[in-house]
Design a protein around this ligand. Structure first.
Ligand code: ADP
Ligand code: MG
Length: 277
């Protein structure tokens, strides 16, 4: 087996909320081009793990390295500058922006990484603003050059093309008018447009019907075939099995099983954890 370099290294990662250990000593490696899925009952710490890696919450202790560099405790924009993109469990898009604008936001982050805030990041208010999220981030990135605009449009076209049948006719529509599934498609496009080094997806098919789920599976298989490195939180076990190189099963903030999808799904402790809830 080829040993691909480690993209994400997590060691003894822990986070408590008022005494509740949401994530409790989690360790794993994610290699380049690999898909690892995290499964586990509700409240087992899956989203908290994603939130810690993406910088949305700060760990109490533990190591999070991207390509050998520590990102533990960094602010969200700084984590995303290091090539980490994510989607959210509830499908967060900006309702007052169009589909195209939402997707574009993901690319502003990349521009920001290449041209960090024109040096403006030395002002605390700018750093604080950029914590507000992608919109603020794009504001402080400043105007684009003609080349950057061309590149942006090319990439938005490419992302929309991925979801052609669904988003193709909606590009100028405000995101608040979209169906739930289309919001989630827009979100995936936004996360992907920057060609992230690591893509974190929190239940991308939650609330989707069978045919929508099958379509997302196809999209994710396509991303995997392109060589993307993906950490996926997902409940639908058939999707997990079809897509994952390895599966992590969590319960009570801890990893209770790791390995081959079929082994993990049939692991007695994993079965018991699901039945126990
Ligand atoms: P999962 O995604 O596996 O369903 P979460 O990671 O969202 O689980 O939550 C793990 C535990 O941490 C749960 O008990 C949840 O209530 C708690 N938790 C998560 N986020 C917070 C927060 N921001 N404040 C307080 N408790 C939280
Ligand atoms: Mg969750």
């Amino acid at each position: 087996v080829l040993e691909h370099p480690i993209v994400l290294r997590v060691r003894e990662l822990s986070k408590s909320f008022e005494g509740l250990k949401a994530v409790d000593g989690v360790s794993f490696d994610l290699h380049e081009g690999e898909v690892i899925s995290i499964i586990g009952p509700n409240g087992s710490g899956k989203s908290t793990t994603i939130n810690l890696i993406s910088g949305f919450i700060k760990p109490d202790s533990g190591i999070i390295d991207i390509d050998g560099e520590s990102i533990a405790g960094l602010a969200v924009p700084d984590v995303s500058e290091r090539g980490v993109s994510r989607t959210f469990q509830n499908g967060r898009v900006f309702g007052g922006l169009t589909v195209d604008e939402n997707i574009s936001l993901g690319f502003h982050r990349r521009l920001r990484a290449q041209r960090p805030l024109y040096g403006l990041q030395k002002y605390p208010v700018v750093r604080w603003l950029s914590l507000l999220g992608e919109v603020a981030c794009s504001l402080v990135t400043g105007p684009h050059t003609r080349e950057e605009n061309q590149e942006l449009h090319k990439r938005v076209d490419r992302e929309v093309d991925r979801f052609r049948e669904r988003l193709g006719s909606r590009r100028a529509d405000y995101a608040y008018t979209l169906s739930y599934a289309n919001r989630r498609r827009t979100e995936i496009a936004r996360a992907h447009i920057s060609e992230p080094r690591l893509l974190l997806l929190d239940e991308p098919t939650a609330g989707m019907n069978q045919s929508e789920t099958a379509e997302i599976l196809q999209q994710l298989q396509h991303l995997k075939a392109q060589g993307h490195t993906i950490l996926l939180v997902e409940h639908k076990i058939d999707l997990v099995t079809a897509l994952s190189d390895h599966v992590i099963a969590m319960d009570g903030g801890r990893i209770i099983a790791f390995g081959d999808p079929d082994n993990v799904r049939s692991n007695p402790e994993v079965v018991a954890a699901y039945l126990g809830k």
